[in-house]
Design a protein around this ligand. Structure first.
Ligand code: PAF
Length: 301
């Protein structure tokens, strides 16, 4: 049995002190004080940022954090700034009780769950935005999305001041964007990428899979299978990148997907055009009913 309690100001000293206890903190200043207390004891601190709807993919990020730290903070904050006007912030799955139960079971010490007003108080006018690496792939289809992500992640990193922060490779472009931001702004946290967790049939775990009907769920693994085929064809040289990506779009449409935002092979570091002798990745984003599914994987070298 795990004790979960919500901190009222000043009780953070105990966060993570007794085995199996987890504290919910809602105030940035209080979080900072908690982290300072941990660091003064020489403890290493990890941050796992999430928007809730916790699944096994998030739990694997917590497990990666355990290997690198003594204390783990998971943030739960559905960040409206990273959703476009026609996107799903209102319907995004949210269940704080269940999320905190799952995070506590995974050994998280503090859940940081600020309100919208605490994160973006009246008068908030700052945006952190990056060029270049945010332009292709999802950046082309989700206007303002990455500026919303980098603004909130910059705030979370400054509030939690973690030694390490863990992000999933499922959102590979997001991971690269955050690495670049941390480098450019001299934020002293290590950014760790953690491998995508898949269902048995290959579908990448995602909170948005909850939008799929039973029929769509049966079709969804085709995205992974199709990206695997592109990676194979490009690695073996049997098809050009253009031909492999064109065939992938056709096969996704035949499988029952709706709009295909992109299927592309890009340089794994810069997201520029893939070139000989450099590692490359295949990226895909496609709509299935109300869900926009994304996935990516490496082209074998
Ligand atoms: O990957 C996510 O869930 C979000 O983009 C993040 C990093 C928690 C920022 O809101």
């Amino acid at each position: 049995m795990v004790a979960i309690r919500t901190s009222t100001k000043g009780t953070w000293e105990a966060a993570g002190d007794s085995a199996g206890s987890m504290t919910i903190i809602r105030d940035g200043a209080e979080l900072r004080a908690c982290v300072q207390a941990w660091k003064s004891e020489g403890l290493r601190v990890a941050l796992v940022p999430t928007m809730g709807a916790i699944h096994q993919g998030h739990i694997s990020l917590v497990q990666a954090a355990h290997e690198r730290s003594d204390r783990i903070i998971a943030s739960l904050f559905v960040n409206p700034k990273q959703f476009g006007p026609s996107e799903d912030v209102e319907t995004y799955p949210m269940d704080e009780v269940n999320d905190t139960r799952l995070l506590s079971g995974a050994g998280v010490h503090v859940v940081y769950a600020p309100s919208f007003k605490a994160m973006y108080p009246d008068g908030f006018v700052t945006t952190v935005s990056l060029s270049d690496i945010t332009a292709p792939l999802c950046g082309e289809f989700r206007d303002g999305h990455f500026a919303g992500v980098t603004t909130v992640v910059a705030k979370l990193l400054l509030q939690a001041a973690p030694d390490v922060a863990v992000f999933g490779e499922k959102d590979y472009q997001q991971l690269l964007v955050i690495r670049r931001m941390v480098k450019d702004l001299d934020i002293p946290s290590e950014i760790l990428g953690s491998p995508t967790v898949r269902e048995n049939d290959g579908l990448a775990m995602s909170s948005r899979n909850a939008y799929l009907s039973a029929e769509e769920r049966a079709i969804a693994p085709a995205l992974y299978q199709t990206l695997l085929a592109v990676a194979d064809q490009v690695a073996s040289g049997t098809e050009s990148i253009d031909n492999a990506c064109r065939a992938a779009r056709e096969s996704l449409q035949a499988a029952g997907f709706g709009d295909i935002d992109y299927i592309d092979v890009r340089d794994a570091q810069s997201l520029g055009p893939a070139g000989p002798g450099r590692s490359a990745r295949v990226f895909g984003a496609a709509w299935l009913g109300k869900a926009r599914l994304i996935d990516n994987l490496p082209v074998p070298e």
